[in-house]
Design a protein around this ligand. Sequence first.
Ligand code: GLN
Length: 542
Amino acid sequence: MTKHIFVTGGVVSSLGKGLTSASIGMLLEQRGLRLRMQKLDPYINVDPGTMSPYQHGEVYVLDDGSETDLDLGHYERFTDSVLNRDSNYTTGQIYLSVIEKERRGEYLGQTVQVIPHVTNEIKAALNKAATPDVDVVIHEIGGTVGDIESQPFLEAIRQFSLDVGKENCLYIHLTLVPYLKAAAELKTKPTQHSVGQLRQIGIQPDILVCRTERSLSRDDRAKIALFCNIPIEAVIEEKDKDFSVYEVPMSLVEHGMDELIVRKLQLKAGALNLDRWRDLLHRLRNPQHEITIAVVGKYAEHRDAYKSIYEALDHAGVHHRAQIRIQRIHSEAVERDGAERLLSGVNGILVPGGFGERGIEGKLDAVEFARTRGIPFFGICLGMQCAVAEFARNQLGLERANSSEFDKDTPHPVICLLDEQKTITDKGGTMRLGAQPTRLSPDSKAAACYGATDISERHRHRYEFNNVYRQQFVAGGMRFAGTSPDGSLIEVVELPDHPWFIGVQYHPEFKSQPTKAHPLFAGFIGAAIRHHNAGQDKAAAQ
Ligand code: GLN
């Protein structure tokens, strides 16, 4: 019988439910349990594919091409749970399915209502994650208890324990215990209210995770336990981590989280093995190099917009024992102030993915700076397309070369839509999404990084390299290091005469893990360390 853990949040949003859920998942996996993770999002969008990165952070793409919430990135970084389109449901998706059924007449004339029709649809979604090969499913409920949108989800998870048996369900509630400076006290009232709201719906949490700036005293925990009707050992502190998010699982273990879950759900679990994780934290805490990487994007000020990229850089840092200082640089600032001023002194330049024209010229300036100064360069998706346009303009002399996404009238659309895409108007209809195979040339730098020539990586883009220009680029010195297996689509470009200059049409950042850095990120950071050391040697010689 599969067991279910429901993670809800209260008091405020952005408490780190995703990270906490992923950390719990990791601990259960390290106790030998077979895990599945699932996120339920109360917003009405059918998926986050149409949401602005400003509002919602990055769109995380799975192998099967689903565009999902960025919390699924935490799940894949922390655990080996297999994720697919059943791993993320939104209110929009649930209602869409209910309304389609209604139109097909499947409700046989009934009045279609939130209870039971919408809640049944949610329960069906919960069940999809509980395949027979899984011991535990962690279902994270997005939003905050008390939100109007969350209510059908909370009602569904309440009903769910009646369907599958109370002994098979565990409710974990994450709250905030704020510290009030004026009173010099931690305040438990918001937690009491939030649990009160859950109990009104009929959910009594089994475990409370209390996010806090300061450690909770035994008295604080006793008070929360009493008011929230929870045994004191199930009031778990999760103190803010100023060092790394990868400390969260350790702190949960310290407070007995894995043992509590195993006991309450009567799971047959092995002993906890955290050797790999301890090694990761040791490497993070004891770096041997320090380098600076500039990430030149259009959402520079928004931490979550390039979440997986920043994480993947950190993983490569762990791999090389390098502390990476990330400079988030706005591509429009490069247009205004110049690449020289903003990028001098960095050891690597990464141009990430993106959509829309704003800031493109600044990205091209950043590429040119990296290319002409021999600074390691990594272009991802739009970043690769910028590398192609820059090369066309400044190396091949193709004036105003551009992607037709940004300049409809460019005389040289070196990046363009494929003919078969041109007639489709539905947003998303033309998008190339999900895992696709790529064949690398054996003599390429990319193949050396991967240690393989046949790879699979995730995509999310519309535009492609324009094959009309292939010969010209090759003659000009660009290497097409990777293509689709039939050779028709360019996937990887390189400059063989540059210390490290690689652009990829796909998103390698989605497949990097803290204990298994992505080969291209590891290669890029290795090159940045060499760039840094060479700079030091030069300085010493002067
Ligand atoms: N806007 C570009 C395209 O659609 C790049 C997309 C991306 O970087 N994810 O092809």
